[in-house]
Write a protein that binds this ligand. Structure first.
Ligand code: HEM
Ligand code: HEM
Length: 345
């Protein structure tokens, strides 16, 4: 038999094995991961109305929620760039650089809690943080409410969104409406979601190899569920702490939330949906290449030096997590009135 005939015969003989391995991988994947739902709102514990979502849509793009009138939620969570800002640490009021990288708001409703350290339990609690944070929007609840009350179109929009509330223009309702809008920002139908749904060739051979490595090497122990992460907390540097440029000493993560020594440098396993769109990586935002982030995870979390082929395959798999991006129109915002507090830099 010629060498090429032998090769074809071998390939034919191995085909059932390859098919079997692929079936096993698919079965394992469907137990570890879940597809992104078409409607994020259903993940909330309450029902939201179209009027509430529309109000939240306006508020998300509303720069007058900030003291300077120039920073909106969309500044740091740009819906055109994966729901993040693509800079290492966000720039806020007075060009101040905050301590952390901005995570995407896309699919955030599906995370167990919000922020890198999980300090806000849901999107409503989360939304109040940046408005008041001095390095972000540097505003106060009173000033926000005064600003919104000064514009009749907002007064109407709050009344339509919260018809049973005797005092609809409130800071709580700002947060509630933002939560309703953000919940709609999901990115279904990524190649990986189609794979999970049974379209196994939605991932090519290298991407499937990356998935296999992601599971077998142990990444999926922390990055699992619908968002491949976002559900539990782990030390960054379980096996080997990365250098201070990647893991700055001053940011002790969940320790600040729980005041428990074992929570030093513990962070939420980052959700990996749309990770190809949200560089730079880690809470410090100091790593620009996805391949480098994968290699750091291998050594810091698993004590394993992944070779270039393995890193490349895993990164190729992670790029299949990019879903359909929501197409969000920029809302028309009402004009300020004489009663609107003036911008303050
Ligand atoms: C975190 C929404 C304004 C920078 C988050 C998260 C959400 C969110 C949902 C958590 C995502 C997750 O943990 O997966 C909003 C909303 C805003 C807003 C609704 C408007 C009210 C801003 C602004 C900036 C910013 C203006 C930048 C100046 C950040 C940063 C984090 C974050 C750095 C991570 C902070 C940490 O973990 O300590 N935001 N954001 N956000 N956002 Fe915003
Ligand atoms: C962050 C991938 C293993 C826990 C990340 C990020 C990537 C990634 C790309 C950055 C995401 C971003 O910044 O948006 C991987 C891969 C792994 C792996 C490919 C296997 C080779 C693990 C394991 C654990 C873990 C086993 C838990 C023991 C975390 C945590 C973060 C993170 C806590 C957030 C780190 C921070 O605070 O900056 N992972 N991971 N990862 N991963 Fe992994």
């Amino acid at each position: 038999m010629s060498p090429s005939r032998i090769a074809s015969a071998l390939l034919l003989a191995l085909c059932p094995l390859v098919g079997h391995a692929d079936d096993t991988l698919h079965a394992t994947a469907t137990t570890l991961f879940k597809p992104i739902p078409e409607r994020g709102e259903d993940a909330l514990a309450r029902t939201v109305t179209p009027a509430e979502i529309e109000l939240g849509h306006m508020l998300f793009f509303e720069p007058r929620l900030s003291r300077s009138h120039v920073i909106s939620c969309n500044t740091c969570h740009n819906v055109g760039t994966g729901g993040a800002d693509n800079v290492p640490a966000s720039i806020g009021h007075g060009w101040q650089r905050g301590p952390r990288n901005s995570p995407t708001v896309f699919n955030a409703v599906l995370n167990i809690a919000q922020f890198w350290d999980g300090r806000a339990q849901d999107l409503m609690e989360q939304a109040k943080g940046p408005i008041a944070a001095s390095v972000e929007m540097n505003n106060t609840p009173e000033r926000v409410v005064a600003t919104l009350r000064s514009m009749p179109a907002y007064v109407e929009a709050f009344a339509a969104a919260y018809p049973d509330d005797p005092d609809p223009v409130s800071f709580d309702n700002v947060a509630r409406a933002l939560e309703a809008f953000e919940a709609t920002l999901v990115t279904p139908n990524a190649p990986f979601d189609r794979y999970l749904a049974g379209e196994t060739d939605a991932l090519d051979a290298r991407e499937r190899e990356g998935l296999r490595l992601f599971v077998d090497a142990g990444c999926a122990a922390c990055h699992n569920g619908v968002n491949l992460g976002g559900m539990a907390y782990f030390p960054f540097g379980v096996v080997q702490r990365p250098g201070a440029e990647v893991l700055p000493e001053g940011d002790k993560g969940r320790f600040v939330v729980t005041q428990t020594a074992s929570d030093e440098y513990v962070f939420r396993a980052a959700p990996l949906r749309n990770v190809a769109l949200t560089a730079p990586y880690f809470h410090s935002g100091e790593v620009w290449e996805l391949e480098e982030a994968v290699a750091i995870m291998g050594s810091s979390q698993l004590g394993r030096e992944l070779d270039a082929g393995e890193v490349g395959a895993i990164a190729a798999f992670l790029r299949t997590l990019t879903g359909e991006q929501p197409r969000i129109e920029h809302p028309l915002l009402p004009p300020s009135t004489a009663a609107t507090p003036r911008p303050d830099h």
